[in-house]
Design a protein around this ligand. Sequence first.
Ligand SMILES: *Cc1c(COP(=O)(O)O)cnc(C)c1O
Length: 427
Amino acid sequence: MSATAGRPPSVDALARSLRASGLPEPLLVEIARDAIATGRTGDVDLLVTQRKRRLLTSVINGTGVLLHTNLGRAPIGVSTGASYSNLEFDLASGKRGSRHGAVGDLIATATGAQAALVVNNCAGAVLLVLAALAGGGGRVAISRGELVEIGGGFRIPDVMAQSGATMVEVGTTNRTRLADFERAQADGALAVALHVHRSNYRIEGFTESVSITQLASLDTTVVADIGSGLLDAACPWLTTAPPSWLNGEPAARQSLAAGADLVLFSGDKLLGGPQSGIIAGDASLVAACAAHPLARALRPGGLVLSALQTVLLAYLHRNGEALPFWRMATTPVTALTQRAQSVAEQVLARAPSLRLTVVETEAVPGGGTLPGVTIPSAGLSVRGDHTEALRARERPIIARVAGPHTVIDFRTIDPLDDAEVVEALVG
Ligand SMILES: *Cc1c(COP(=O)(O)O)cnc(C)c1O
């Protein structure tokens, strides 16, 4: 609506006039008040649109970044009606159960761990493990080459300090040997030897690092923060061999087999699930984590556990097709090219003047994993910067600008959304 000149409308009247927008009354009152106070009653429809844009919504990811931190990392679906669940109820005994039982058991089976515990994210997992195993000044040895910062202010030395553990840095930035850990141990008992995967950077050249197998020869608890949550390097959930871009990525099953007492990883990176952090390994260590007061503060909700259970069941069914991240990551590039071709034909049939071409692109795993790794992909390149118009759609499409073109990468788009891409480009 647009206000007539003269006397400004009342807040209530203006808010009432915006009801068709579907926003709840208190938000409309805020908008109306703001519009009147700033003399933008003529622009009030725009304010409504802007307010709607701040709500969480489903988007189409045309960036080619599979785990896009701004877009919620892994694509997940949660569809449950309003219902109770047996979250903390043991259906066999009729007694109180643990929320960690159902999903913890599935993680254990999928990784070969004795037990597992789920918390809010991997940062929380690191914090909890250090607090439970080394809080109160326990000595935690870590290579100077692994004092990482993950995005969002997660720095190992800071987390270590928060946990109450005493950090014992060993080795150098580029070279650390087992003997460095042994020297640290000779100076005083170690509560933990911590191995942190360099998820988002590489050290190349004159380097040496200590493997989990080597750390396992120390007489202490070995904790491996593998970050990304690759469950098993053999990828038994894929019908093809593990993709070459996974080379060198640590996996939970193999890290445990190599001698890690606990592995820690994210639920929403290569695992392809909801935001969560997983602690898996030795049953008594997992129990010690579960018993720590921080476990209560870091516990995930039932929605997360239920989404994670869906993901883990798909892994155990060896059904990578049911895991959106893996389905997208392993789609043959020929299939993407065909889809891009088909979308281009449909668009050009209706908007012949559009300068649109099918292009080879490079998708990336993203999410702070596998730095430098690209996955061959295909997409559409459209002359001009259309990103704002694409974002402004009811269901936004997120694309990227490359020079004078807008590029939409099809690797990160569900084929069911191709028709929406056609509509968006026809305009
Ligand atoms: C990503 C990452 C984390 C943090 O995981 P979140 O689930 O995002 O909290 C911790 N450690 C490593 C090695 C990582 O790669």
